[in-house]
Write a protein that binds this ligand. Structure first.
Ligand code: PLP
Length: 442
């Protein structure tokens, strides 16, 4: 294969520009980040419609943990599509859905019997988790973290708290949600320092919220991401989640672990929450599960099940093609040792990014677990003023040289290649990022 990236014509080229114009005319406004128009891809290499070859370090927003179009996923999808594509798995039966549910029950934390509700996207998995929590506890209130992202439908949006634009004009959401602080140590909301802070951000959940205006026996669940994703790839210190979990247990509050972005090997463990040694009551999984075929799963303790037909259901959840892609994905992660590679390459990548921090004053923080890594850009290391414009320019300059990146938080860039990324690809990405920061930081 020729060297990648290989930029033949400055992107977006003429074919790309034509499609972008059509898209802008007819497709609703969403969150478009870069003017890249994909044509085909394999592994970490994406070809655009003008023949440019890009190195993809965005993984389709953390969907392609096994890489683009992995041959085993393609084959599983092809085979299943020829046999049976849809058979309403909520109302009728087929083996592949039951098998995937069993498999997810076995590979998720907690040596107890679990059940699975299937849907098609992260936000739907969260909606199901909210309903399961309310249904099973009879309690109405929910807790979520400041900085969280759990989706954009009205239930999940009510838990989301990472950017004002996500909430603007959509108020009111689902009532009964209270947001509590997260352990964003680089920008501690209490201006304390770890570890002398003694984990006040966790303890205050009980000492302030639950003891003043949020009656604990009305709270069904707390929702949390093991590492905050859209909020800026914020990694809490090791004692944070165990401390929070002990508080929840004292009051019979369920813990709903959102693994939509951190799951399936991304953090160097199969599940992000395994970094913190906690067994959640409910887990939400999507993104990488189907390697590009939409599927989501809400995995929960068996005793929380609705147990009543019609309390919750849908049309496409557990679709056969999605289940086939998911089973293939789980096989690939195991067979190719991708969790181990995520830990190994993540450590190497992080070291290389820390070297960039030594070199560029624009970098305020390098953080992450496994291959869930990010760099936060600041105008000044002392004041930590967000370098938003500079961050955007760095993403754009990287793109022009053939590296696809995505932002996160206010002024961060996430670095989330597929988990089978090779050392040379990491080196190439670091080299391109180095040049882009150098150009912008001048
Ligand atoms: C942690 C987390 N939860 C939920 C969602 C929502 O998933 P979707 O965009 O598939 O609805 C996302 C999406 O980025 C996410 O990162």
């Amino acid at each position: 294969m020729s060297k990648v990236p290989d930029i033949k014509i400055e992107p977006p080229g003429p074919s790309a520009r034509e499609i972008i114009e059509k898209d802008s005319n007819y497709v609703a406004t969403t969150t478009k980040s870069l003017p890249v128009v994909g044509k085909r891809a394999r592994g970490l290499v994406v070809e655009d419609v003008d023949g440019n070859m890009f190195l993809d370090f965005s993984s389709g927003i953390s969907v392609l943990n096994v890489g683009h179009c992995h041959p085993k996923v393609v084959e599983a999808v092809r085979k299943q599509s020829e046999e049976l594509m849809h058979f309403a798995g909520t109302d009728f039966y087929y083996d592949i859905q039951a098998s995937l549910a069993q498999r997810l029950s076995e590979v998720t934390p907690g040596n107890f019997h679990k059940k699975v509700f299937f849907s098609n996207s992260g936000t739907e998995a969260i909606e199901a988790a909210i309903k399961i929590a309310r249904w099973s506890t009879g309690r109405k209130r929910l807790l979520a973290f400041i900085g969280a992202f759990h989706g954009r439908t009205m239930g999940s949006l009510s838990l989301t708290a990472s950017k004002p634009v996500q909430q603007d004009r959509f108020f009111p959401g689902v009532p009964g949600v209270t947001h509590v602080p997260f352990a964003y140590c680089y920008r501690c909301p209490y201006h304390l320092e770890y570890p002398s802070c003694d984990l006040w951000c966790a303890k205050t959940i009980e000492e302030t919220y639950l003891s003043t205006y949020v009656p604990p026996d009305e709270v069904a669940a707390l929702f949390g991401e093991p590492v905050q994703g859209e909020g800026g790839y914020v990694v809490p210190p090791p004692e944070f989640y165990p401390t929070v979990h002990r508080i929840l247990k004292r009051y019979g509050i369920l813990f709903a672990d959102d693994e939509v972005q951190a799951g399936l090997g991304r953090t160097g463990r199969m599940w992000g929450i395994e970094n913190w040694g906690i067994e959640p009551d409910i887990m939400t999984v999507s993104k990488s599960l189907g390697s590009g075929i939409p599927i989501a799963a809400t995995v929960f303790r068996k005793e929380l099940d609705f147990g009543v037909e019609g309390a919750h259901s849908n049309t496409f959840g557990g679709n056969l093609v999605g289940c086939a892609a998911s089973l293939a994905t789980l096989d690939i992660i195991k067979e190719e040792g991708l969790v181990e590679n995520s830990a190994r390459m993540g450590a190497y990548f992080r070291k290389r990014l820390s070297e960039l921090k030594e070199k560029h004053r624009l970098i305020g923080d390098v953080r992450g677990l496994g291959l869930m890594l990010a760099v936060e850009f600041v105008k000044d290391r002392k004041t930590k003023e967000y370098a938003v414009k500079e961050r955007d320019e760095i993403i754009n300059a990287s793109f022009k040289s053939g590296l696809i990146l995505l932002g996160c938080g206010k002024s961060g860039i996430r670095l989330i290649p597929s988990l089978n990324v090779e050392r040379e690809q990491v080196d190439t990405a670091v080299e391109l990022l180095d040049k882009a920061i150098g150009r912008v930081g001048k």
